[in-house]
Design a protein around this ligand. Structure first.
Ligand SMILES: Nc1ncnc2c1ncn2[C@@H]1O[C@H](COP(=O)(O)OP(=O)(O)OP(=O)(O)O)[C@@H](O)[C@H]1O
Ligand SMILES: [Mg+2]
Length: 483
Protein backbone atom coordinates (compact mmCIF):
# COMPACT_ATOMS: atom_id res chain seq x y z
CA UNK A 1 0.00 0.00 0.00
CA UNK A 2 1.23 3.50 -0.80
CA UNK A 3 2.28 5.52 2.27
CA UNK A 4 1.97 9.32 2.21
CA UNK A 5 4.20 11.70 4.16
CA UNK A 6 2.57 14.57 6.12
CA UNK A 7 3.67 17.17 3.55
CA UNK A 8 2.34 15.02 0.71
CA UNK A 9 -1.01 14.80 2.49
CA UNK A 10 -1.15 18.55 2.95
CA UNK A 11 -0.33 19.01 -0.73
CA UNK A 12 -3.07 16.58 -1.67
CA UNK A 13 -5.60 18.42 0.47
CA UNK A 14 -4.51 21.78 -0.88
CA UNK A 15 -4.89 20.71 -4.52
CA UNK A 16 -8.50 19.57 -4.04
CA UNK A 17 -11.16 22.23 -4.84
CA UNK A 18 -13.29 20.99 -1.91
CA UNK A 19 -10.54 22.18 0.48
CA UNK A 20 -11.02 25.69 -0.79
CA UNK A 21 -14.81 25.45 -0.35
CA UNK A 22 -14.24 24.45 3.28
CA UNK A 23 -11.87 27.40 3.73
CA UNK A 24 -14.45 29.70 2.13
CA UNK A 25 -17.09 28.37 4.54
CA UNK A 26 -14.79 29.05 7.48
CA UNK A 27 -14.29 32.62 6.24
CA UNK A 28 -18.04 32.96 5.71
CA UNK A 29 -18.67 31.91 9.32
CA UNK A 30 -15.87 34.05 10.77
CA UNK A 31 -16.97 37.36 9.17
CA UNK A 32 -20.38 37.61 10.98
CA UNK A 33 -18.79 36.12 14.13
CA UNK A 34 -16.64 39.24 14.43
CA UNK A 35 -18.92 41.68 12.60
CA UNK A 36 -21.40 42.53 15.36
CA UNK A 37 -22.87 45.19 13.10
CA UNK A 38 -24.16 42.50 10.77
CA UNK A 39 -27.75 41.90 11.78
CA UNK A 40 -29.17 38.40 12.29
CA UNK A 41 -32.54 37.59 10.67
CA UNK A 42 -35.31 38.27 13.16
CA UNK A 43 -36.90 34.81 13.08
CA UNK A 44 -33.51 33.27 13.92
CA UNK A 45 -33.04 35.64 16.85
CA UNK A 46 -36.47 34.62 18.11
CA UNK A 47 -35.76 30.93 17.77
CA UNK A 48 -32.38 31.26 19.54
CA UNK A 49 -33.95 33.34 22.35
CA UNK A 50 -36.59 30.64 22.82
CA UNK A 51 -33.90 27.95 22.95
CA UNK A 52 -31.80 30.06 25.37
CA UNK A 53 -28.79 30.06 23.02
CA UNK A 54 -26.78 33.27 22.45
CA UNK A 55 -25.97 34.45 18.93
CA UNK A 56 -22.24 33.82 19.31
CA UNK A 57 -22.74 30.40 20.88
CA UNK A 58 -24.91 29.53 17.84
CA UNK A 59 -22.21 30.80 15.50
CA UNK A 60 -19.66 28.61 17.28
CA UNK A 61 -21.95 25.58 16.82
CA UNK A 62 -22.09 26.37 13.09
CA UNK A 63 -18.31 25.80 12.93
CA UNK A 64 -19.12 22.07 13.32
CA UNK A 65 -20.39 22.06 9.73
CA UNK A 66 -16.99 22.55 7.96
CA UNK A 67 -15.33 20.17 10.47
CA UNK A 68 -17.82 17.37 9.71
CA UNK A 69 -17.65 18.09 5.98
CA UNK A 70 -13.85 17.85 6.08
CA UNK A 71 -14.08 14.56 7.96
CA UNK A 72 -16.29 13.17 5.18
CA UNK A 73 -13.95 14.37 2.50
CA UNK A 74 -10.53 13.76 4.02
CA UNK A 75 -11.07 11.50 7.04
CA UNK A 76 -10.11 12.35 10.62
CA UNK A 77 -6.93 14.13 9.55
CA UNK A 78 -8.96 16.62 7.50
CA UNK A 79 -11.27 17.11 10.50
CA UNK A 80 -8.36 17.81 12.89
CA UNK A 81 -6.90 20.33 10.47
CA UNK A 82 -10.25 22.09 9.92
CA UNK A 83 -11.12 22.11 13.63
CA UNK A 84 -7.71 23.62 14.43
CA UNK A 85 -8.30 26.38 11.86
CA UNK A 86 -11.83 26.87 13.29
CA UNK A 87 -10.32 27.09 16.80
CA UNK A 88 -7.94 29.73 15.51
CA UNK A 89 -10.90 31.67 14.10
CA UNK A 90 -13.02 31.47 17.27
CA UNK A 91 -10.45 31.93 20.06
CA UNK A 92 -9.54 35.68 19.55
CA UNK A 93 -13.17 36.61 19.92
CA UNK A 94 -13.64 34.32 22.93
CA UNK A 95 -10.57 35.71 24.73
CA UNK A 96 -10.48 39.38 23.73
CA UNK A 97 -13.99 40.42 22.70
CA UNK A 98 -16.47 38.21 24.50
CA UNK A 99 -18.03 39.75 27.64
CA UNK A 100 -17.74 36.35 29.42
CA UNK A 101 -14.44 34.87 28.09
CA UNK A 102 -14.55 31.75 30.26
CA UNK A 103 -17.91 30.62 28.86
CA UNK A 104 -16.81 31.53 25.35
CA UNK A 105 -13.53 29.56 25.69
CA UNK A 106 -15.47 26.58 27.07
CA UNK A 107 -17.93 26.73 24.14
CA UNK A 108 -15.05 27.03 21.65
CA UNK A 109 -13.26 24.03 23.22
CA UNK A 110 -16.51 22.04 23.22
CA UNK A 111 -16.97 22.72 19.49
CA UNK A 112 -13.36 21.68 18.85
CA UNK A 113 -13.72 18.44 20.87
CA UNK A 114 -17.21 17.62 19.57
CA UNK A 115 -16.08 18.23 15.99
CA UNK A 116 -13.21 15.78 16.40
CA UNK A 117 -15.33 13.19 18.19
CA UNK A 118 -17.93 13.40 15.42
CA UNK A 119 -15.18 13.12 12.83
CA UNK A 120 -13.70 10.02 14.46
CA UNK A 121 -17.21 8.52 14.76
CA UNK A 122 -17.98 9.19 11.10
CA UNK A 123 -14.60 7.85 10.10
CA UNK A 124 -15.12 4.54 11.90
CA UNK A 125 -18.63 4.31 10.47
CA UNK A 126 -17.24 4.93 7.01
CA UNK A 127 -14.54 2.30 7.50
CA UNK A 128 -17.07 -0.22 8.75
CA UNK A 129 -19.23 0.43 5.70
CA UNK A 130 -16.25 0.07 3.41
CA UNK A 131 -15.26 -3.19 5.15
CA UNK A 132 -18.79 -4.51 4.74
CA UNK A 133 -18.89 -3.56 1.07
CA UNK A 134 -15.55 -5.25 0.49
CA UNK A 135 -16.76 -8.32 2.36
CA UNK A 136 -19.91 -8.41 0.25
CA UNK A 137 -17.88 -8.10 -2.95
CA UNK A 138 -15.52 -10.86 -1.81
CA UNK A 139 -18.43 -13.10 -0.82
CA UNK A 140 -20.07 -12.43 -4.13
CA UNK A 141 -16.89 -13.26 -6.03
CA UNK A 142 -16.40 -16.34 -3.89
CA UNK A 143 -19.93 -17.51 -4.58
CA UNK A 144 -19.46 -16.92 -8.32
CA UNK A 145 -16.15 -18.75 -8.31
CA UNK A 146 -17.64 -21.65 -6.30
CA UNK A 147 -20.50 -21.82 -8.75
CA UNK A 148 -18.05 -21.99 -11.65
CA UNK A 149 -15.96 -24.64 -9.89
CA UNK A 150 -19.10 -26.62 -9.01
CA UNK A 151 -20.30 -26.55 -12.63
CA UNK A 152 -16.88 -27.68 -13.76
CA UNK A 153 -16.79 -30.37 -11.08
CA UNK A 154 -20.29 -31.65 -11.74
CA UNK A 155 -20.17 -31.60 -15.53
CA UNK A 156 -16.61 -32.86 -15.88
CA UNK A 157 -16.20 -35.85 -18.13
CA UNK A 158 -13.52 -37.20 -15.80
CA UNK A 159 -14.40 -38.65 -12.43
CA UNK A 160 -13.43 -36.26 -9.63
CA UNK A 161 -13.69 -36.94 -5.92
CA UNK A 162 -12.30 -35.46 -2.76
CA UNK A 163 -11.41 -37.53 0.27
CA UNK A 164 -10.20 -36.64 3.75
CA UNK A 165 -6.95 -37.97 5.15
CA UNK A 166 -8.74 -41.11 6.44
CA UNK A 167 -10.08 -41.94 2.99
CA UNK A 168 -13.68 -40.83 3.67
CA UNK A 169 -15.19 -39.43 0.48
CA UNK A 170 -16.31 -35.83 1.01
CA UNK A 171 -17.53 -35.01 -2.48
CA UNK A 172 -17.83 -36.86 -5.78
CA UNK A 173 -19.20 -35.84 -9.14
CA UNK A 174 -21.65 -37.51 -11.49
CA UNK A 175 -18.83 -39.04 -13.58
CA UNK A 176 -17.54 -40.81 -10.45
CA UNK A 177 -21.01 -42.23 -9.88
CA UNK A 178 -21.13 -43.43 -13.47
CA UNK A 179 -17.69 -44.97 -13.17
CA UNK A 180 -18.20 -46.79 -9.87
CA UNK A 181 -21.90 -47.62 -10.20
CA UNK A 182 -22.70 -46.00 -6.82
CA UNK A 183 -25.01 -42.96 -6.59
CA UNK A 184 -23.40 -39.63 -5.68
CA UNK A 185 -25.25 -39.56 -2.32
CA UNK A 186 -23.99 -43.05 -1.46
CA UNK A 187 -20.46 -42.17 -2.43
CA UNK A 188 -20.45 -39.31 0.07
CA UNK A 189 -20.90 -41.88 2.84
CA UNK A 190 -18.24 -44.29 1.60
CA UNK A 191 -14.54 -44.77 2.18
CA UNK A 192 -12.10 -45.34 -0.68
CA UNK A 193 -11.15 -48.70 0.83
CA UNK A 194 -14.63 -49.88 -0.25
CA UNK A 195 -13.37 -49.84 -3.87
CA UNK A 196 -9.86 -51.09 -3.45
CA UNK A 197 -8.32 -54.53 -3.52
CA UNK A 198 -5.41 -55.27 -1.15
CA UNK A 199 -2.98 -54.41 -3.92
CA UNK A 200 -4.84 -51.20 -4.79
CA UNK A 201 -4.89 -50.23 -1.12
CA UNK A 202 -1.14 -50.60 -0.89
CA UNK A 203 -0.67 -48.38 -3.93
CA UNK A 204 -3.10 -45.79 -2.48
CA UNK A 205 -1.12 -45.78 0.79
CA UNK A 206 2.13 -45.36 -1.09
CA UNK A 207 0.74 -42.40 -3.05
CA UNK A 208 -0.66 -40.82 0.15
CA UNK A 209 2.73 -41.21 1.82
CA UNK A 210 4.49 -39.63 -1.17
CA UNK A 211 2.06 -36.69 -1.16
CA UNK A 212 2.49 -36.16 2.59
CA UNK A 213 6.27 -36.26 2.20
CA UNK A 214 5.91 -33.47 -0.37
CA UNK A 215 7.23 -35.61 -3.21
CA UNK A 216 5.90 -34.71 -6.63
CA UNK A 217 4.18 -37.61 -8.35
CA UNK A 218 5.57 -38.51 -11.75
CA UNK A 219 2.35 -37.60 -13.57
CA UNK A 220 -0.70 -39.81 -13.59
CA UNK A 221 -0.59 -43.39 -12.33
CA UNK A 222 -2.80 -46.44 -12.88
CA UNK A 223 -5.01 -47.82 -10.14
CA UNK A 224 -7.62 -50.54 -10.36
CA UNK A 225 -10.90 -50.36 -8.47
CA UNK A 226 -13.77 -52.75 -7.84
CA UNK A 227 -17.07 -51.35 -9.08
CA UNK A 228 -20.48 -51.83 -7.49
CA UNK A 229 -21.19 -54.77 -9.83
CA UNK A 230 -17.90 -56.35 -8.54
CA UNK A 231 -16.17 -55.95 -11.90
CA UNK A 232 -12.77 -54.36 -12.08
CA UNK A 233 -11.99 -51.04 -13.74
CA UNK A 234 -8.60 -49.60 -14.47
CA UNK A 235 -8.23 -45.87 -13.81
CA UNK A 236 -5.58 -43.38 -14.77
CA UNK A 237 -5.40 -41.13 -11.72
CA UNK A 238 -3.94 -37.74 -10.86
CA UNK A 239 -3.88 -36.97 -7.13
CA UNK A 240 -3.28 -33.71 -5.31
CA UNK A 241 -2.93 -32.92 -1.66
CA UNK A 242 -4.72 -29.76 -0.52
CA UNK A 243 -3.68 -27.84 2.61
CA UNK A 244 -5.51 -25.54 4.98
CA UNK A 245 -3.48 -23.32 7.32
CA UNK A 246 -0.42 -25.37 6.39
CA UNK A 247 -2.05 -28.66 7.41
CA UNK A 248 -2.91 -31.37 4.82
CA UNK A 249 -6.68 -31.74 4.84
CA UNK A 250 -7.94 -33.44 1.71
CA UNK A 251 -6.75 -35.38 -1.31
CA UNK A 252 -8.34 -34.57 -4.64
CA UNK A 253 -8.41 -37.22 -7.36
CA UNK A 254 -9.14 -36.89 -11.05
CA UNK A 255 -9.62 -40.21 -12.82
CA UNK A 256 -10.26 -41.55 -16.31
CA UNK A 257 -11.47 -45.04 -17.04
CA UNK A 258 -8.86 -46.71 -19.24
CA UNK A 259 -10.14 -50.28 -18.95
CA UNK A 260 -11.28 -50.41 -22.56
CA UNK A 261 -8.21 -48.58 -23.83
CA UNK A 262 -5.94 -50.98 -21.96
CA UNK A 263 -7.83 -54.00 -23.27
CA UNK A 264 -7.53 -52.74 -26.84
CA UNK A 265 -3.88 -52.05 -26.28
CA UNK A 266 -3.31 -55.54 -24.93
CA UNK A 267 -5.21 -57.05 -27.82
CA UNK A 268 -3.11 -55.05 -30.22
CA UNK A 269 0.05 -56.12 -28.45
CA UNK A 270 -1.09 -59.74 -28.52
CA UNK A 271 -1.83 -59.41 -32.22
CA UNK A 272 1.58 -57.84 -32.81
CA UNK A 273 3.18 -60.63 -30.84
CA UNK A 274 1.48 -63.23 -32.97
CA UNK A 275 2.41 -61.44 -36.18
CA UNK A 276 6.04 -61.14 -35.10
CA UNK A 277 6.10 -64.79 -34.13
CA UNK A 278 4.56 -65.86 -37.44
CA UNK A 279 7.07 -63.68 -39.28
CA UNK A 280 9.94 -65.32 -37.43
CA UNK A 281 8.53 -68.78 -38.15
CA UNK A 282 8.25 -67.92 -41.81
CA UNK A 283 11.81 -66.56 -41.89
CA UNK A 284 13.03 -69.73 -40.23
CA UNK A 285 11.22 -71.89 -42.75
CA UNK A 286 12.59 -69.91 -45.72
CA UNK A 287 16.07 -69.89 -44.17
CA UNK A 288 16.02 -73.68 -43.73
CA UNK A 289 14.71 -74.18 -47.24
CA UNK A 290 17.45 -71.96 -48.66
CA UNK A 291 20.03 -73.80 -46.59
CA UNK A 292 18.81 -77.34 -47.23
CA UNK A 293 17.60 -77.02 -50.81
CA UNK A 294 18.93 -74.01 -52.68
CA UNK A 295 22.44 -73.95 -51.23
CA UNK A 296 22.80 -77.71 -51.58
CA UNK A 297 21.68 -77.52 -55.22
CA UNK A 298 24.18 -74.70 -55.84
CA UNK A 299 26.96 -76.76 -54.16
CA UNK A 300 26.21 -79.68 -56.49
CA UNK A 301 26.07 -77.37 -59.53
CA UNK A 302 29.40 -75.75 -58.58
CA UNK A 303 31.03 -79.19 -58.15
CA UNK A 304 29.73 -80.39 -61.50
CA UNK A 305 31.00 -77.28 -63.23
CA UNK A 306 34.35 -77.76 -61.53
CA UNK A 307 34.44 -81.42 -62.59
CA UNK A 308 33.58 -80.54 -66.15
CA UNK A 309 36.15 -77.77 -66.32
CA UNK A 310 38.91 -80.00 -64.86
CA UNK A 311 38.23 -83.38 -66.44
CA UNK A 312 36.01 -82.75 -69.48
CA UNK A 313 37.45 -84.00 -72.75
CA UNK A 314 37.11 -82.33 -76.13
CA UNK A 315 36.57 -78.94 -74.44
CA UNK A 316 38.23 -75.99 -75.98
CA UNK A 317 40.27 -73.62 -73.82
CA UNK A 318 37.68 -70.97 -74.45
CA UNK A 319 34.83 -73.19 -73.16
CA UNK A 320 36.95 -74.22 -70.11
CA UNK A 321 37.43 -70.55 -69.26
CA UNK A 322 33.70 -70.02 -69.63
CA UNK A 323 32.96 -73.01 -67.34
CA UNK A 324 35.30 -71.66 -64.68
CA UNK A 325 33.57 -68.30 -64.87
CA UNK A 326 30.20 -70.02 -64.45
CA UNK A 327 31.52 -71.92 -61.43
CA UNK A 328 32.77 -68.64 -59.94
CA UNK A 329 29.37 -67.03 -60.43
CA UNK A 330 27.65 -70.06 -58.90
CA UNK A 331 29.92 -69.78 -55.86
CA UNK A 332 29.15 -66.07 -55.53
CA UNK A 333 25.43 -66.73 -55.76
CA UNK A 334 25.83 -69.46 -53.15
CA UNK A 335 27.59 -66.98 -50.82
CA UNK A 336 24.76 -64.49 -51.32
CA UNK A 337 22.08 -67.08 -50.61
CA UNK A 338 24.02 -68.29 -47.56
CA UNK A 339 24.17 -64.71 -46.27
CA UNK A 340 20.47 -64.28 -46.93
CA UNK A 341 19.69 -67.54 -45.14
CA UNK A 342 21.93 -66.48 -42.28
CA UNK A 343 20.21 -63.11 -42.12
CA UNK A 344 16.78 -64.64 -42.09
CA UNK A 345 17.57 -66.99 -39.25
CA UNK A 346 21.12 -67.24 -37.93
CA UNK A 347 21.72 -70.92 -37.37
CA UNK A 348 24.23 -70.05 -34.64
CA UNK A 349 21.45 -68.46 -32.59
CA UNK A 350 19.51 -71.71 -32.38
CA UNK A 351 22.56 -73.92 -32.00
CA UNK A 352 25.04 -71.90 -29.94
CA UNK A 353 23.04 -69.07 -28.39
CA UNK A 354 22.95 -65.29 -28.44
CA UNK A 355 26.63 -64.49 -27.90
CA UNK A 356 27.85 -66.73 -30.70
CA UNK A 357 25.23 -65.30 -33.05
CA UNK A 358 26.21 -61.73 -32.14
CA UNK A 359 29.89 -62.51 -32.67
CA UNK A 360 29.04 -63.83 -36.09
CA UNK A 361 26.93 -60.75 -36.76
CA UNK A 362 29.83 -58.44 -35.79
CA UNK A 363 32.22 -60.31 -38.12
CA UNK A 364 29.71 -60.24 -41.00
CA UNK A 365 29.03 -56.52 -40.48
CA UNK A 366 32.75 -55.73 -40.53
CA UNK A 367 33.06 -57.72 -43.76
CA UNK A 368 30.16 -56.33 -45.76
CA UNK A 369 30.22 -52.74 -44.50
CA UNK A 370 33.89 -52.09 -43.81
CA UNK A 371 32.92 -50.67 -40.39
CA UNK A 372 35.21 -52.15 -37.70
CA UNK A 373 32.63 -53.85 -35.49
CA UNK A 374 33.73 -55.30 -32.16
CA UNK A 375 31.90 -57.13 -29.41
CA UNK A 376 32.52 -56.90 -25.65
CA UNK A 377 30.96 -59.05 -22.99
CA UNK A 378 30.60 -58.11 -19.31
CA UNK A 379 29.52 -60.77 -16.81
CA UNK A 380 29.12 -64.45 -17.42
CA UNK A 381 26.90 -65.56 -20.25
CA UNK A 382 23.39 -66.57 -19.39
CA UNK A 383 21.07 -68.39 -21.75
CA UNK A 384 17.74 -66.60 -22.09
CA UNK A 385 14.39 -67.65 -23.36
CA UNK A 386 14.53 -68.54 -27.06
CA UNK A 387 12.15 -65.75 -27.97
CA UNK A 388 14.03 -63.20 -25.89
CA UNK A 389 17.35 -64.14 -27.50
CA UNK A 390 15.77 -63.76 -30.89
CA UNK A 391 14.44 -60.31 -30.00
CA UNK A 392 17.85 -59.16 -28.73
CA UNK A 393 19.50 -60.50 -31.85
CA UNK A 394 17.00 -58.80 -34.18
CA UNK A 395 17.40 -55.44 -32.41
CA UNK A 396 21.19 -55.65 -32.67
CA UNK A 397 20.94 -56.70 -36.29
CA UNK A 398 18.65 -53.79 -37.15
CA UNK A 399 20.81 -51.35 -35.17
CA UNK A 400 23.94 -52.42 -37.07
CA UNK A 401 22.06 -52.16 -40.34
CA UNK A 402 21.20 -48.56 -39.42
CA UNK A 403 24.84 -47.87 -38.56
CA UNK A 404 25.82 -49.11 -41.99
CA UNK A 405 23.07 -47.28 -43.88
CA UNK A 406 22.93 -43.94 -42.07
CA UNK A 407 25.84 -43.25 -39.74
CA UNK A 408 29.00 -42.97 -41.92
CA UNK A 409 30.76 -44.41 -38.87
CA UNK A 410 34.17 -46.04 -38.96
CA UNK A 411 33.68 -48.03 -35.78
CA UNK A 412 30.81 -49.81 -34.08
CA UNK A 413 30.76 -51.63 -30.78
CA UNK A 414 28.35 -54.15 -29.35
CA UNK A 415 28.47 -54.43 -25.57
CA UNK A 416 26.60 -57.27 -23.90
CA UNK A 417 26.17 -56.97 -20.13
CA UNK A 418 24.84 -59.86 -18.10
CA UNK A 419 23.92 -58.12 -14.83
CA UNK A 420 22.24 -59.50 -11.75
CA UNK A 421 19.03 -57.64 -12.44
CA UNK A 422 18.90 -58.20 -16.19
CA UNK A 423 20.60 -58.18 -19.55
CA UNK A 424 21.66 -55.05 -21.39
CA UNK A 425 22.93 -54.72 -24.95
CA UNK A 426 24.45 -51.44 -26.10
CA UNK A 427 25.26 -50.71 -29.73
CA UNK A 428 27.45 -47.65 -30.14
CA UNK A 429 28.84 -46.02 -33.26
CA UNK A 430 31.12 -43.04 -33.90
CA UNK A 431 29.07 -41.76 -36.83
CA UNK A 432 27.28 -38.52 -37.63
CA UNK A 433 24.35 -39.07 -35.25
CA UNK A 434 20.84 -37.69 -35.71
CA UNK A 435 18.10 -35.79 -33.93
CA UNK A 436 16.11 -38.38 -32.00
CA UNK A 437 12.35 -37.86 -32.09
CA UNK A 438 10.30 -37.70 -28.88
CA UNK A 439 8.35 -40.77 -29.88
CA UNK A 440 9.70 -43.56 -32.08
CA UNK A 441 6.18 -43.86 -33.45
CA UNK A 442 6.72 -40.45 -35.13
CA UNK A 443 9.35 -42.05 -37.37
CA UNK A 444 7.00 -44.87 -38.33
CA UNK A 445 4.61 -42.24 -39.76
CA UNK A 446 7.33 -41.37 -42.29
CA UNK A 447 7.72 -45.01 -43.27
CA UNK A 448 10.84 -45.46 -41.11
CA UNK A 449 10.01 -48.59 -39.24
CA UNK A 450 13.39 -49.78 -37.92
CA UNK A 451 13.60 -47.96 -34.56
CA UNK A 452 9.87 -48.17 -33.90
CA UNK A 453 9.99 -51.91 -34.62
CA UNK A 454 12.97 -52.34 -32.28
CA UNK A 455 11.12 -50.54 -29.50
CA UNK A 456 8.03 -52.62 -30.04
CA UNK A 457 10.01 -55.87 -30.09
CA UNK A 458 11.75 -54.89 -26.82
CA UNK A 459 8.38 -54.14 -25.23
CA UNK A 460 6.94 -57.44 -26.36
CA UNK A 461 9.40 -59.27 -24.13
CA UNK A 462 9.07 -56.80 -21.23
CA UNK A 463 12.15 -54.75 -22.06
CA UNK A 464 12.82 -51.18 -23.09
CA UNK A 465 14.82 -49.37 -25.73
CA UNK A 466 16.72 -46.13 -25.30
CA UNK A 467 18.27 -44.17 -28.16
CA UNK A 468 20.79 -41.44 -27.49
CA UNK A 469 22.29 -39.61 -30.40
CA UNK A 470 24.28 -36.45 -30.80
CA UNK A 471 25.06 -34.94 -34.18
CA UNK A 472 28.77 -35.36 -35.04
CA UNK A 473 29.40 -37.59 -32.00
CA UNK A 474 27.50 -40.76 -32.70
CA UNK A 475 24.59 -42.90 -31.65
CA UNK A 476 24.12 -45.21 -28.69
CA UNK A 477 21.24 -47.59 -28.61
CA UNK A 478 20.53 -49.54 -25.42
CA UNK A 479 18.11 -52.37 -24.99
CA UNK A 480 17.43 -53.41 -21.42
CA UNK A 481 15.68 -56.52 -20.31
CA UNK A 482 15.02 -56.95 -16.60
CA UNK A 483 15.02 -60.45 -15.17
N1 LIG B 1 23.13 -45.12 -36.12
C1 LIG B 1 22.54 -44.09 -36.75
N2 LIG B 1 23.28 -43.03 -37.16
C2 LIG B 1 22.70 -41.98 -37.78
N3 LIG B 1 21.38 -41.90 -38.03
C3 LIG B 1 20.60 -42.90 -37.67
C4 LIG B 1 21.12 -44.06 -37.00
N4 LIG B 1 20.09 -44.90 -36.71
C5 LIG B 1 18.99 -44.31 -37.20
N5 LIG B 1 19.27 -43.11 -37.77
C6 LIG B 1 18.32 -42.15 -38.31
O1 LIG B 1 17.05 -42.47 -37.82
C7 LIG B 1 16.14 -42.66 -38.89
C8 LIG B 1 15.17 -43.74 -38.50
O2 LIG B 1 15.76 -45.01 -38.50
P1 LIG B 1 14.85 -46.28 -38.75
O3 LIG B 1 15.67 -47.49 -38.61
O4 LIG B 1 13.64 -46.15 -37.88
O5 LIG B 1 14.35 -46.09 -40.24
P2 LIG B 1 15.15 -46.29 -41.60
O6 LIG B 1 16.42 -47.01 -41.31
O7 LIG B 1 15.27 -44.96 -42.27
O8 LIG B 1 14.16 -47.18 -42.43
P3 LIG B 1 13.82 -48.73 -42.22
O9 LIG B 1 14.62 -49.18 -41.03
O10 LIG B 1 12.36 -48.76 -41.99
O11 LIG B 1 14.25 -49.41 -43.47
C9 LIG B 1 17.01 -42.98 -40.05
O12 LIG B 1 16.37 -42.60 -41.26
C10 LIG B 1 18.25 -42.18 -39.82
O13 LIG B 1 18.07 -40.87 -40.25
MG1 LIG C 1 16.52 -48.82 -40.15
Amino acid sequence: MQRWSASDRLKRIATKPQSWFILALLVLLTVPHYGDAIKQPEFLTNVLTNLGVTRHAFERILYLAPIVWASFLFGWRGAVLTSTVALGCMLPRAIFISPSPLDAILETSAVFILGNVLAIGFESLRRERQRRTELEVTQHELAASEQRYRALFENAHDAIWVQDMEGNILAANEATAKLTGYAVDNLARMNVTDFLSQEGLELARKIRHQLLEGETLQGAYDQSIIKKDRTEALLRLSSNLLHQDGEPVVIQHIARDITEEKRLHENLRFYLHQVTRAQEEERKRISLELHDETIQALVVLSRQLDELASNGRNISDESRLCLEELREQTNNTMQGVRRLSQDLRPAALDRLGLLAALERLATDTSEYSGIATSINVVGSERRLDEEVELVLFRITQEALRNVWRHSQATKAEIMVQFEEDGTRITIRDNGKGFHTPQLMGDLAKDGKLGLAGMEERARLVGGSLKVQSQPCIGTTLTVELPI
